[in-house]
Design a protein around this ligand. Structure first.
Ligand code: AMP
Length: 288
């Protein structure tokens, strides 16, 4: 089907009928790919969906703003939600099974079991958002158990999330292949994010500094700089010139273990940062 045609997606809101449908899919021997999202879909999400379509006959896209990954003072209530536009965007790409559960379907009142990864999830975003990865792993683990996908696709935009999920899959034998897709960016370099919708024009302008500073870091490494301190000092300096931007962290870590690195190993080091642009928290990263 061409991307200009549109098809009505099959939407499930309850777990039992979704599982029934997927049982049939599995009986037919069709490979299942899962793409978990929180909706407010943009080209970054759609790139993951296209990748899923390439590797599996049945693609399950989930749209669920997962309450357990938000802290008490975070943006759960205001997080952008636009189901109609999401379904339309997906309808243009192909035929999907879409799962949009209510919070009570995923977390009944007596829910009390969580998944906690004790190493990779504790640094970087884990410092300022201590509840975040516990919530992410719990919901992703639940989705794996509900859908039983052969493959699941995640974005490199959330590099720590992808690494922590990969670790959970290995540690807990989930038996699902994890694929990642590179970060999709706006023309000016800003990493696409549902939270970009919060930015005013002035804030949007300042937010460009994040990706610009990461590109500068990559350039330094390509020119032979191997000192983590020097690259971080340069990035910190660049960002300090933007008065709306307040850095939460800027770190260079091993791409797989996420452990801090003093020396940059080209191809194996990840530069990750998080920053406030006024009241909007954004993250970005680049492979050095
Ligand atoms: P979210 O809806 O923000 O929870 O993201 C759902 C999935 O889309 C996650 O695997 C993200 O890493 C991925 N994603 C979000 N933004 C981008 C982007 N700009 N490029 C690639 N993947 C992305």
């Amino acid at each position: 089907m061409s991307e200009t045609e549109s098809t009505a997606p099959q939407v499930f809101r309850d777990i039992a009928p979704l599982q029934q449908h997927l049982q049939e899919v599995r009986r037919e021997g069709r490979k299942i790919a899962l793409v978990p999202t929180m909706g407010a879909l943009h080209e970054g999400h759609l790139a993951l969906v296209r990748k899923a379509l390439e590797v599996a006959e049945e693609v399950v896209v989930t749209i669920f703003v997962n309450p357990t990954q938000f802290g008490p003072s975070e943006d759960l209530a205001s997080y952008p939600r636009n189901e109609e536009a999401d379904l339309q965007a997906l309808g243009k790409l192909g035929k999907f099974t879409i799962f949009i559960p209510a919070a009570e379907e995923m977390y009944p009142a007596d829910f009390s079991t969580f998944i906690d990864e004790a190493k990779l999830s504790k640094g970087l975003c884990g410092v300022s958002r201590p509840q975040f990865f516990r919530g992410v792993l719990t919901i992703v683990g639940k989705l794996f158990n509900i859908v039983h996908p052969d493959v699941a696709v995640f974005g490199q935009k959330d590099a720590q999330q992808a690494a922590v999920i990969q670790k959970m899959v290995r540690d807990l034998h989930f038996g699902v292949e994890i694929l990642t897709h590179p970060t999709v960016r706006e023309e000016d370099g800003l990493a696409m994010s549902s939270r970009n919708q919060y930015l005013s024009n002035a804030q949007r302008e300042e937010a460009r500094a994040l990706s610009k500073s990461l590109f500068k870091a990559k350039q330094m490494v390509e020119e032979g700089v191997c000192s983590t301190d020097r690259v971080i000092a340069e990035v910190t300096h660049l960002l300090s010139q933007h008065r709306r931007v307040r850095l939460i962290y800027a770190q260079i870590v091993d791409s797989e273990t996420l452990e801090a690195r003093r020396e940059i190993v080209p191809g194996k080091s990840l530069f990750a940062l998080a920053a406030w642009v006024d009241q909007v928290r954004l993250i970005d990263n680049i492979q050095l």
